[in-house]
Design a binder for this molecule. Sequence first.
Ligand SMILES: Cc1ncc(COP(=O)(O)O)c(C=O)c1O
Length: 407
Amino acid sequence: MRIFGNKNKKEESASSIRKDFEYVSEETVYLDSACQTLRPQPVLDAMNEYFHKYNACGGRVKYEWGRRVDEEVSETRAKVLDFLGKSAKEYQVAFTLNTTYGLNILLHQLPVGVYKQVITSEVEHNSVFLPTIIAAKRLNIPRKILSRAEDGSLIYEKEGLTGAVVVVNATSNIDGRILQNAKTLASDVHNAGGILVVDGAQSIVGSASLLREVDFDALCFSGHKMHAPSIGVIVVKKQLIDSLDLSFVGGGMVEKLDENSFSAPLNDPFCKLEPGLQDFSGIIGLGASIDWLKTYKPEGLKQEDQKQKLADMVFEGISSLEGINILNNKPSATISFYSQDIDAHRLAAFLSQQDIMVRSGYFCCHYYLQNLKKYPPLLRVSLGLQNTEKDVKKFLEVLKKIINNVK
Ligand SMILES: Cc1ncc(COP(=O)(O)O)c(C=O)c1O
């Protein structure tokens, strides 16, 4: 653990942000939280406690360790619902590998003959874009790609939503734009006999308030983007689970079995979504991350305010450099840009030499960035709750030097 000593007051206050991330040196500038967030110490402690004290399987065993796992798992399900302001009467929480897996497992089990079309948008991660291609083919229905407005709203006509499976992100991993019209969209989709499946990967930290307002049928997100372990979460209406086919089968779901057939407990809400043994330490760590997110105040500020302050600094700093094109129309915790003078991958490698980690490329949004907009590879800065003003200043200083040197 790093010991902080001999610091002046200003530095101490900056360090207090890092109090739950003391394992990261202060010189390290991690700016890739849209991919994977850093895990605070209480999350690591909760996972270690599982490994050290009750490393058992859940849902199957009768001994004490297993009983504790069952308790913790159901507590985490309740914490997820509470975090999203959803009721256990209406929604079920299931665990999986990540957002990608959650979306696939849902779309893959939608019944044939019920829906009339699949709708997605142009500004989607490949985790939405690709599974919607497969789903439309499997269900033998058309697939439509809609545009997003500058403010992130989905542009649609109500009449065009009939029987649609709408799968869209609530926050973009390119520029943080938000699905502003999510609430209306949900009600329009329902009125047209469809369902709304939300990719909440980038919303779960930062725009969870939007998710709370939306009557989605299913929401998929990743623990690793909310300072939790690498795990996926599906929050889904019970009604939708009941309508799903059963396609992923295996351990933990056999009622009766003979040589060529079996029956599964289809009334068990987890049967269709959690085949096999789960990542119990991950689930427990997720519960700890929700507790942490509820109370963590970087520099005594609200998390959104702290992130916004840093986002403004990044946006302003990058905008002041010559030959830079920023994709964002306003500051957000995720900012993407490119330099006209230096390739983004080289820029990322130069920044890395100074212990600054940013992302370069197309961030798995190839359709929008590469096919549609024809951008060169981009650089993306994404802020996490461990970031400080000092991080941003260092990033901007080094970036400026590199850019000036290549001119
Ligand atoms: C908007 C968005 N959707 C989906 C995903 C896929 O998440 P995962 O790789 O955790 O499945 C990401 C990952 O970056 C993302 O940013």
